[in-house]
Design a protein. Sequence first.
Length: 383
Amino acid sequence: MVHLFQIRLEDDTLTMRGTTSESVGCVLRGQLVLAITEPTKIREVKLTFQGTSKISWTDGAGTRQFYRAEERIIYQHEWVFLPAQKNLHVLQPDNYHWDFELVLPGTLPETIEGCERGSIDYRLKAIAERPTLAINFTAKRKVTIQRCLLPSSLEYMQSMIVSNIWTDKMEYEFNVDYKAYTLGDTIRVSMDLRPLKKHLNITKFSCILKEYITYHVGIHAKEEARVVCCYLDSELPEEGETWIKSFEVPLPKTSSLCHYDSQNEIIDIKHKLKFNVAFTEDGKNPSELRAAMQIIITPISPTSDRMILPAYREHQNDQLFLEDCDWPSSPSSSASSISSSSFSDSLSVNSDTLPSYRSIASCIPAPLADSLLPPTYDNNLVV
């Protein structure tokens, strides 16, 4: 009887640093755990990591309606920990684990969820295939890939200004503190309007953050836009011959209300701040000034400490920690036992609060064997 078949990860959120042309990628590390309490016949044990994209939309109406859809595998890798053979493997009661590691290329698109017409996701699926008429053991785990700016991208931490002269009537300047933000941040905007003609009166002002999502299926593309948040005002303080105003635009805190920027051949997401100033001349001839600037919404703010890569000494300490533990020095496809406090403790582990890969040894059920030393794979296998 199986009491545990589970995928454990060092981190289920992986971060790519830089664009697809800049990033060196990231590493997926983890362990597949199997705990059984009676002799069990197994045909094969394998683990698959797969990235998939799904896109669909409808164009036109009536008889001229076209349906565009595409579902494809964008990345796949498979580990075979217990290969199939002529005779079934018979595993004796014990705990088994298989370590795995995979270097993911920096060109992979990041995870995109919550879009109406498409998605990109990554998943792990483990299968312990059993004889005919026996139920297979399966385990699944979602992996999130996010992309942030390079720590050296200082240009995104500088203020951004849009200025111009509009139809010889008004000189304008809009300024924001940074070019890149993350969810929950506040965009601070300052505005400076200088009329070049007399008798100009501002009647309304708005600042809107819009999100543009473009879906691609082959040579076809569909763009959709939505308003993420906005600031509206009808009164602007006047200082001499200039209108000056500072205000804040708070960003949503959840990705369901605002997605992160993404540039790939499947789903492209970008954001723009759009400024609209409505005014009249002598109470007549209503006109509207329009300006826009592109900003970036990233999972990690450029001003966050998380953007700083760990120092060499900190990484060295992590390596020493791993050396102190009884972990394999490289990914292994062989099985072994890991000790813990009790078997029942493992059954109460909540899947939403799984331990990290480095602390996994303290969370796996205790071996059923009496020996204090981990038994070898050959000692627990009957062919």
